[in-house]
Write a protein that binds this ligand. Structure first.
Ligand code: ATP
Ligand code: MG
Ligand code: MG
Ligand code: MG
Length: 565
C-alpha cells in the first residue's frame, strides 16, 4: 500500500474528549473517527487492525471445531419475551418498533436467536456437540460510552454458543473454548490473564474473563501469589460477617435455633432427590422445616447466612411461593477460615418454607422474614471488596491486586435458555432433553484498544506484530533522487513478493514528519532508504518497540526483514 493513496489522517494534537491513551492514539493515528457518542467509523488502518484480530479469532475458533455463521443484528422482541429478558435486560437493550408496531431490539448478544435456531435445526443427540459463532456488530446502549473503542455503543464482538447433550459434555466444550481463548490472546501478542468471573445478566453457572493487563483497565483483578487463583474482584468479594442486612423491624421476627442441619442425606430427603445429586448443602431450619441450598464446590460447609444469600443481586423472590430460584450468588466467604460460596447453578433450587435470615450467630436464624419489609433491600453493603489483607480464598496464600481490560468472557450457561425456549433434542434413549449450553464472547474491537493501552510510548502506538495493520513501513527519504526512489520502489516490490505487509511512505514530506507518523501509527519495523543508501548502498532498519536501529545491505534487506516476521 502506498501512503500517498491511503486515507490516513494523522494529527499532532491530542483530542480533548479522549481520556485514555488508546482513544487518543486511535484518533491521532487516523484509525477511527467518531460519528456520535459511542459510534465510530473504522478508517482503513483501524479496519486492518480489526481484521487482524478477527482472523486470529476465526482461525482458533475453527481449529477448536466451531463453525462460523452470521445472525441478524435486529431481533424480534417476542424471542426476548420467551426468556424474560425483554423485561429484565434494562436500558442497554435498544428497543424499537417496525411499521407494523411489532417490537424489535438491536442485538447486544445472541442467546435468544441462536437458541431459536437450535430448537429448529438440531433434533438429535447425534448432531451434538455443536459450537456456532459469528463476528458481528453488537449494539448496547451503554450508560457511559467512553474511551473510544473500549466502551462503544456499537462494537464488534465474536460470540459463540455451544450445545451439548449433558453437563459433562458442556464442560468439555467450555474447556475447549478456554483453551482456544488462551491461544487467541497469546497469538495477539498480549499480556493477559484468565480470571474467575461473575456471570452478570447473561446468567449461567460459572465463567471466566480474559483480561488484558493494563493499569488503565476498568476491572480490578485479585491474583494469588502462591497458587493459580485469579478472579475479578466483582466475583471475589468478601462477605462481611459482622454486617448482615440492616434490620428494620426486629419485633416482627423470631429468633430460632438452627443447629447442625448440614447432613447431605437429610437435605436429599427433604428435596426428594438422591444424596448423590447433592454437591454440597447449606441447610437451615425454619419453623421445624429445613431450608436447603445446594452448592457447587468441594469445601466443607460451615455457617452460611441466608442474609448473605439475600444479598445476591439476582435472586428471584417469589412472594408466597415456596420455591426461590437462585440465578446468582455473591461469591466470597464468611470469616477467616470458612467457605467460599461458589456459584449456584440455575437448576439448583433453594426451597423456603418460611423466609429466614442469618442471625449472625452460629446456629441461630430469624424466621418470618420479609426481605423488603424487614431489611433494607440493597444488601450490597454486605459485600466488601477483597483486599490484599485477605487470605486467598483458594489456598490462604497472599493476594495481589492488578488491573485489567475485559477482552473475552466465557460462560457455562446450563439449560436456562434452552428450558425457557423449549429447545430440546432427542437423547440416546429417545427422551427429550434441553440442550446444555455455553456462550463465549470476545470484544474484537476492544482488543485493538486494549493492545494499545498495553503497548505504547510517548511517540505513539507500538503494535504487537500480529495485530499491526502493516508489518513494515518503508520510508523513501530521497524522492528527488531517482536512484534512491528506484531502490525504494524495488524494495517495496521485493517485500510484497515475500508476502510482507508493507506500507510504502512515498509522500513528499519532510523526513521528520515521516518518522513521526511512522512512530505514531506503530508499525513494528521501519526501513529507511535515504542518505545511507546513496553513500553506501545500505538501508536503515529500526524496530519500533525499542528503537534498536541497524543498517543492512540493500541487496539482502528483503530477505533479512522476512526472517524477522
Ligand atoms: P463490560 O463489563 O466491559 O461492560 P460485559 O461483561 O458487559 O463487558 P460481555 O457481555 O461479557 O461484556 O461481552 C463479551 C465481550 O464483549 C466483553 O468481554 C468485552 O470484551 C466486549 N464488550 C462488551 N461491551 C462492550 C462495549 N461496550 N464496547 C466494546 N466491547 C465490549
Ligand atoms: Mg457491559
Ligand atoms: Mg464485564
Ligand atoms: Mg463480561
Amino acid at each position: 500500500m502506498r501512503y500517498s493513496k491511503l486515507l490516513l489522517p494523522t494529527t499532532k494534537e491530542t483530542p480533548a474528549e479522549a481520556e485514555v491513551i488508546s482513544h487518543q492514539l486511535l484518533l491521532r493515528a487516523g484509525f477511527i473517527r467518531k460519528l456520535t457518542s459511542g459510534l465510530y467509523t473504522y478508517l482503513p488502518l483501524g479496519f486492518m487492525a480489526l481484521q487482524k484480530v478477527s482472523q486470529i479469532v476465526r482461525e482458533e475458533m475453527n481449529r477448536a471445531g466451531a463453525q462460523e455463521l452470521l445472525m441478524p443484528m435486529v431481533q424480534p422482541g417476542d424471542l426476548w419475551r420467551e426468556t424474560g429478558r425483554w423485561q429484565k435486560y434494562g436500558a442497554e437493550l435498544l428497543r424499537f418498533k417496525d411499521r407494523h408496531d411489532r417490537d424489535y431490539c438491536l442485538g447486544p448478544t445472541h442467546e435468544e436467536v441462536i437458541t431459536d435456531l437450535a430448537r429448529r435445526e438440531l433434533q438429535s443427540y447425534r448432531q451434538l456437540p455443536v459450537n456456532l459463532y459469528q463476528i458481528q456488530t453488537k449494539f448496547r446502549d451503554e450508560i457511559r460510552p467512553r474511551f473510544g473503542l473500549m466502551r462503544g455503543r456499537e462494537f464488534i464482538m465474536k460470540d459463540a454458543y455451544s450445545f451439548d447433550v449433558s453437563d459433562e459434555a458442556a464442560s468439555e466444550s467450555y474447556q475447549k473454548m478456554y483453551d482456544a481463548y488462551q491461544r487467541i490472546f497469546a497469538r495477539c501478542g498480549l499480556e493477559f490473564r484468565a480470571v474467575e468471573a461473575d456471570t452478570g445478566s447473561i446468567g449461567g453457572s460459572f465463567s471466566h474473563e480474559f483480561m488484558v493487563l493494563a493499569d488503565t483497565g476498568e476491572d480490578t483483578l485479585v491474583i494469588c501469589k502462591a497458587c493459580s487463583y485469579a478472579a475479578n474482584v466483582e466475583k471475589a468479594a468478601v462477605v462481611l460477617p459482622e454486617k448482615t442486612p440492616v434490620q428494620k423491624e426486629p419485633a416482627e421476627l423470631t429468633r430460632v435455633e438452627t443447629p447442625g442441619m448440614k447432613k447431605v442425606d437429610r437435605v436429599a430427603e427433604f428435596l426428594g432427590v438422591s444424596p448423590a445429586d447433592i454437591i454440597k448443602t447449606m441447610v437451615y431450619l425454619a419453623d421445624g422445616e429445613p431450608v436447603a441450598v445446594l452448592v457447587r464446590g468441594d469445601r466443607e460447609v460451615q455457617d452460611v447466612k441466608l442474609g448473605n444469600i439475600l444479598g445476591a443481586t439476582e435472586v428471584e423472590l417469589a412472594d408466597d411461593d415456596t420455591v426461590w430460584k437462585l440465578t446468582r450468588l455473591p461469591v466470597g466467604y464468611i470469616g477467616p477460615r470458612e467457605i467460599p460460596i461458589r456459584t449456584v447453578a440455575d437448576q439448583e433450587v433453594m426451597r423456603m418454607v418460611n423466609a429466614v435470615t442469618g442471625a449472625n450467630e452460629k446456629g441461630y436464624h430469624l424466621t418470618g422474614v420479609n426481605p423488603g419489609r424487614d431489611f433494607t433491600p440493597d444488601l450490597v453493603g454486605d459485600l466488601r471488596q477483597i483486599t490484599t489483607e485477605d487470605p486467598c480464598p483458594s489456598c490462604g496464600g497472599q493476594l495481589e491486586l492488578t488491573r485489567g481490560i475485559e477482552v473475552g468472557h466465557i460462560f457455562k450457561l446450563g439449560t436456562s435458555y434452552s428450558q425457557a425456549m423449549n429447545a430440546t433434542f432427542q437423547d440416546r434413549e429417545g427422551g427429550e432433553k434441553p440442550f446444555v449450553m455455553g456462550c463465549y464472547g470476545i470484544g474484537v474491537s476492544r482488543v485493538v484498544a486494549a493492545a494499545i493501552e498495553q503497548n505504547h510510548d510517548k511517540n505513539g502506538i507500538i503494535f504487537p506484530l500480529p495485530l499491526a495493520p502493516f508489518q513494515v513501513i518503508l520510508l523513501n527519504l530521497g524522492l528527488n533522487n531517482e536512484e534512491t526512489t528506484r531502490a525504494a520502489e524495488g524494495l517495496y516490490e521485493d517485500l510484497q513478493a515475500r508476502g510482507i505487509e508493507v506500507l510504502y511512505d512515498d509522500r513528499d514530506e519532510r523526513p521528520g514528519s515521516k518518522f513521526k507518523d511512522a512512530d505514531l501509527i506503530g508499525i513494528p519495523y521501519r526501513i529507511t532508504v535515504g542518505k545511507t543508501y546513496e553513500k553506501e548502498g545500505r538501508v536503515e532498519l529500526r524496530r519500533r518497540r525499542d528503537g534498536e536501529t541497524t543498517t543492512i545491505d540493500y541487496d539482502g534487506a528483503a530477505d533479512h526483514v522476512a526472517s524477522l516476521i
